[in-house]
Design a protein around this ligand. Sequence first.
Ligand code: C5P
Length: 231
Amino acid sequence: MAELIVALDVPSTAEAVAKVETLGDSVSFYKIGMELFTAEGPEVVKAVKMRGKNVFLDLKFHDIPRTVQRAVTSAATLGVDLLTIHAAGGRAMIRAAKDAALAVGARAPKILAVTMLTSLDQTALDDLGVGRGMSEQVEALGRLALANGADGVVCSPKEVAAMRAALGPDALLVTPGVRPAGAAVGDQKRVATPADAVRDGSTHLVVGRPILQADDPCAAARAIRAEMENL
Ligand code: C5P
């Protein structure tokens, strides 16, 4: 069954903990990204883990293999459950990340690859000297990541079906940009409902504002889970 991950897009550990406590049993998985981690560091990961929750550390590692290997070891030691790297770091870097994860044993974090950021367009690809079109490039990087040990990719709801077809039944497909039917879209351009995303093959949905800014965040989280389960 697909899992709901709530994006803790807040600037401090105090606010993150307040959100986790408000949501209680309605949410068991949280994403900690660059803003919060840069402000608070490992303490915020420990605070969320201490409350019995799973953590997706979304720092998008992209460096030489040895550095990424050591960063993944640090994240794994903190008890992180899912983390991101850039597929563009290349096969040796992807493999180094996976090796570091496996070295921690049973509680190894799963490695997700970011292919092309959704903020990039064809002009950006041309600037980078990438000859391929966007969807071809996204798929090629996804295949490269899985072939070198990544457990899955982050992708937009609009890419999920193609990624599922390209990467096979076991790949984790983690999807932000999800909006419950009728919800405010905010700055997300390519949105899908939770049911659409799961039907197309998402294994984890990442949702921020529709839950964190709801009048009743627990009810909003439960409604999204119901949409995910009753396809
Ligand atoms: O508030 P919202 O539901 O739009 O939050 C989605 C989360 O997923 C944010 O943390 C955002 O940074 C992240 N994300 C995204 N689109 C991507 C990659 C990540 O919205 N392409």
